[in-house]
Design a protein around this ligand. Structure first.
Ligand code: ADP
Ligand code: ADP
Ligand code: ZN
Length: 216
C-alpha cells in the first residue's frame, strides 16, 4: 500500500498515520519526526533544519528530497509506506514521482484530510508531544496520566513551533506552497478528500473505508 497522508498542520495526519501504520502493517514515515529527531540529537542536518522550523518555514527541498530518497529504500518499505508531511512543495512532489518510479512503488492514494483553519489553531495550540512521536491534546486527546506519554512513559512537551505566531506562519506557508498539491494530485486522479472534523475514530474509519480495497 503506497499512501500519502496530506493536509494542513494540525489536521491529524500524525495521529491517524500512527494507527494506520499498525493496522495495515506499513511504516509511518513522518518527515517532521525525522527532522525533530535530528534536532534532538544535534546532527548537522538538525542544526540546519531547526533555523527554518522555529520560524515556521519549510526546510529546503534538497534536504527533504535526500531524506525521503534514503528512507524509501529501507527494507521495511517493501510492502509499501505511509508518508506524512511529505511532499510539501511541487519540486518535492516531482522528486517523489521520480524516486518511486525508480523503486517501482508508485503512489496509489493521496488522502487529503480537510479541517477548517479555526479548528486547526485550536488543535495546534493544545497539542502536546512526546519525543517518541506520539501526540496528545489538552482537551481533545488527553493522556491517561497528565503530562506523560501513554505509549512510552516519556514526558510531554509543547513544540516550539506550536506557539501562536509560528502556527499562523505555518498555516500561511501551507496555503501558499503546499495546498497547490491538492490540484496536482487531483489532476492525476489519486486524491481522496477526508472530512477531518470528526473524532479520531470517525476519521480513522473514513480512511479505512478508502484504503481497505488497496490491501494486498
Ligand atoms: P498533524 O500531524 O496533521 O500536524 P496531529 O496528528 O499532531 O496533526 O494532531 C494535531 C492535534 O490535534 C493533536 O493535539 C491531536 O491530539 C489533535 N487531534 C488529532 N485528531 C483529532 C481529531 N479528530 N479531533 C480532535 N483533535 C484531534
Ligand atoms: P505539522 O504539524 O505542520 O504537520 P511537521 O511535524 O510535519 O508539522 O513539520 C514540522 C516542521 O518541519 C515544518 O514546519 C517544516 O519546517 C519542517 N518540515 C517537515 N516536513 C517538511 C517537508 N516535507 N518540507 C519542508 N519542511 C518540512
Ligand atoms: Zn512517547
Amino acid at each position: 500500500m503506497n499512501i500519502v497522508l496530506f493536509g494542513p498542520p494540525g489536521a491529524g495526519k500524525g495521529t491517524q498515520a500512527k494507527e494506520l501504520a499498525k493496522h495495515y502493517n506499513i511504516p509511518h514515515i513522518s518527515t517532521g519526526d525525522i527532522l525533530r529527531a535530528n534536532v534532538r540529537e544535534g546532527t548537522k542536518l538538525g542544526m540546519k533544519a531547526k533555523e527554518y522550523m522555529d520560524k515556521g518555514e519549510l526546510v529546503p527541498d534538497e534536504v527533504l528530497i535526500g531524506i525521503i530518497r534514503d528512507r524509501l529504500q529501507q527494507p521495511d518499505c517493501k510492502n509499501g509506506y505511509m508518508l506524512d508531511g511529505y511532499p510539501r512543495t511541487l519540486p518535492q512532489a516531482e522528486a517523489l514521482k521520480e524516486i518511486l518510479e525508480k523503486i517501482g512503488k508508485p503512489l496509489e492514494v493521496v488522502l487529503n484530510i480537510d479541517v477548517p483553519d479555526d479548528e486547526l489553531i485550536d488543535r495546534l495550540s493544545g497539542r502536546r508531544m512526546c519525543s517518541c512521536g506520539e501526540s496528545y491534546h489538552l482537551i481533545f486527546n488527553l493522556p491517561l496520566k497528565e503530562g506523560t506519554c501513554d505509549s512510552c512513559g516519556g514526558k510531554l512537551y509543547q513544540r516550539d513551533d506550536d506557539k501562536e505566531e509560528v502556527v499562523r506562519q505555518r498555516l500561511e506557508v501551507y496555503a501558499a506552497k503546499t495546498k497547490p498539491l491538492i490540484d496536482y494530485y487531483s489532476d492525476r486522479g489519486i486524491l481522496v478528500n477526508i472530512d477531518g472534523t470528526g473524532s479520531v475514530e470517525d476519521v480513522f474509519r473514513q480512511i479505512c473505508d478508502v484504503l481497505d480495497p488497496y490491501r494486498k
